[in-house]
Design a protein around this ligand. Structure first.
Ligand SMILES: Cc1cc2nc3c(=O)[nH]c(=O)nc-3n(C[C@H](O)[C@H](O)[C@H](O)COP(=O)(O)OP(=O)(O)OC[C@H]3O[C@@H](n4cnc5c(N)ncnc54)[C@H](O)[C@@H]3O)c2cc1C
Length: 505
């Protein structure tokens, strides 16, 4: 007979990973309470509106639709009843330093025709690269992405001949060079390392899986904006009986005899009121793991050296963001656009070597009003500009440099033929510093710990704390990593880990 432990589960944080964990557990019959410090849900997935413009301020590219389908199906629901997830074409429009333009597409004849104009031999090379990336996904997916965190014995599940295909000791750039010749195509394929905040010249070729999920699986956009995903998950969680308390900050995880026994909430400042205590035998932290060990656990239960190790880990890059209301339309632009630098290697040396924002940055421009015209007033566009930038450190002072860097980014775009400087109706700037304070991301890192090192996939903190009984982690700083689909998987995987602990057969 299977009995389900009725003990309540507390999830700290209503980011996408926290909501996914809450949904999967509630669907399995558990009583779940989500405590979110902010007044809104979604964490890094967030939105703002201003003077008729609306922007998503965090993620803008959604891949791996199947992950969201799985989450909804595990609660007995259909994704389509909650989200209108549309495929986008082109996936991204790429503008190169030499003036050439390429629409990355799943439409193979169109893609092949463009590649053939550049370098006929790359038509076959590109296809070989896609097949190579698909193989990496086939081999790594079941063991390292869609399943519980890998252990040394996980490797035994991969036949030795398949292990060679993982190609972890080449860099992504080296693997790309083995397949295609044209520098522009190489730059396009290398860019996928930035989807986890890494450099194609440092990160393992295994990251080609990201090229696979986008170039083969497509880019998806929820009608109404990316934030619709957070709203859809909240709706589903609420329907399943999850208690969601926003504006509720956890100040401490209570630990007794090596196991969690609940959480303390922040008492209203100056109220003299004792902090509220919520008892629970299971706590899932959807908070940066380093922050949990640094700030939320009693210092005496944190093993010596662990805190320092977590805080000193190399992180993924951060970003410099401009949200612009632009009083003009640009028919030459698509929903997702990339304006590449002429010197990609230099860009990553600036970010990861010198610790400064790129002097000649690659500029990403997302315009959701191309798909949802009501995101901007008629005849206008809502621009989201993202430039990769180093995580917060003392090597660059954003508090004094933000305006200068903003001018530099817009001047760079102007040199590339798109000068919007006289057409900006309203704007908001978000520096890596702002990302750190607004989202709680340690050092403003967009995707948790760095993926530049092939071994880091195994250094990522496990979803179950090895030190404190009943404490779990879901989100971008734990397995399987950062990005909206990955944190959704993280939430689902942690829910299954919790059930494994509390289901007695
Ligand atoms: C600018 C930017 C662009 C991005 N672009 C993309 C993209 O295009 N595609 C993509 O897939 N991914 C992208 N990402 C990454 C993606 O947004 C994240 O990986 C993902 O949203 C992180 O989710 P999470 O579950 O880790 O939770 P988070 O979003 O980190 O949320 C954690 C939640 O915990 C709450 N919290 C923290 N401490 C406490 C406490 N003590 N008490 C109560 N609540 C607390 C926070 O308020 C927050 O709501 C981007 C991220 C950023 C910032």
């Amino acid at each position: 007979m299977t009995t389900i432990d009725p003990a309540p589960v507390i999830v700290i944080g209503a980011g996408i990973g926290g909501l996914a964990a809450a949904i999967r557990l509630a669907a399995a019959g558990r009583a779940v309470t989500v405590l979110e410090q902010s007044t809104t849900v979604g964490g890094k997935m967030s939105q703002i509106s201003d003077r008729g413009y609306r922007w998503d301020t965090g993620p803008s590219v959604i891949t791996m639709r199947h992950v969201f389908e799985t989450l909804f199906a595990s609660a007995g629901r259909h994704l389509e009843d909650y989200l209108d997830l549309q495929p986008l074409e082109p996936l991204t429009r790429y503008f190169y330093a030499d003036g050439s333009v390429l629409d990355a597409s799943r439409d193979w004849p169109a893609m092949a025709a463009t590649i053939a104009q550049w370098e006929p031999r790359d038509v076959a090379g590109y296809l070989r690269f896609l097949a190579y990336a698909a193989e990496i996904h086939r081999v790594t997916g079941p063991v390292f992405i869609y399943d519980q965190p890998p252990t040394p014995t996980s490797f035994l599940r991969v036949p030795p001949w398949d292990m060679l295909k993982v190609d972890a000791w080449s860099t992504l750039d080296q693997a790309i060079r083995r397949h295609v010749r044209d520098p522009r195509l190489r730059q396009l394929l290398g860019r996928f390392a930035t989807y986890v905040g890494a450099s194609p010249y440092r990160a393992p070729a295994t990251l080609a899986v990201i090229a696979h999920v986008e170039l083969t699986g497509g880019v998806w956009y929820p009608r109404g904006g990316i934030y619709r995903i957070a709203e859809a998950l909240t709706r589903l969680a609420t329907e399943l009986g999850v208690q969601l308390r926003t504006g509720t900050r956890v100040s401490r995880i209570a630990v007794e005899n090596g196991s969690v026994r609940g959480v303390y909430l922040d008492a209203p400042a100056g109220s003299g009121v004792r902090p509220e205590f919520i008892p629970a035998g299971t706590v899932i932290a959807n908070v940066d793991v380093a922050t949990v060990y640094d700030k939320l656990l009693p210092p005496e239960v944190v093993p010596a050296g662990l805190r320092a190790r977590l805080l000193n880990q190399e992180t993924s890059c951060s970003g410099f963001i401009l949200l612009l209301g632009v009083e003009r339309t640009h028919p030459q632009l698509a929903h997702h656009n990339i304006f590449f630098t002429a010197d990609y290697r230099r860009e990553f040396d600036d970010i990861f070597g010198r610790g400064i924002p790129p002097t000649d940055p690659t500029i990403y421009v997302a315009i959701s009003s191309k798909t949802d015209p009501d995101h901007a007033p008629p005849g206008c566009e809502n621009w989201f500009i993202l430039v990769n930038a180093p995580a917060v450190s003392n090597r660059y002072d954003w508090t004094t440099q933000a305006q200068t860097y903003r001018d530099q980014v817009l001047a760079t775009l102007a040199r590339k033929g798109i000068d919007i400087r006289g057409a900006i109706a309203t704007e908001h700037i978000l520096t890596p510093h702002d990302i750190a304070t607004r989202t709680g991301a340690y050092r403003g890192a967009l995707y948790g710990i760095s993926s530049n090192n092939p071994l880091n996939a195994f250094r990522r903190p496990h979803n179950r704390s090895p030190h404190i009984g009943g404490l779990y982690f879901a989100g971008g700083t734990t397995h399987p990593g950062g990005g909206v689909p990955m944190v959704t998987l993280s939430g689902m995987l942690v829910a299954d880990l919790v059930q494994e602990r509390t289901i007695s057969v």
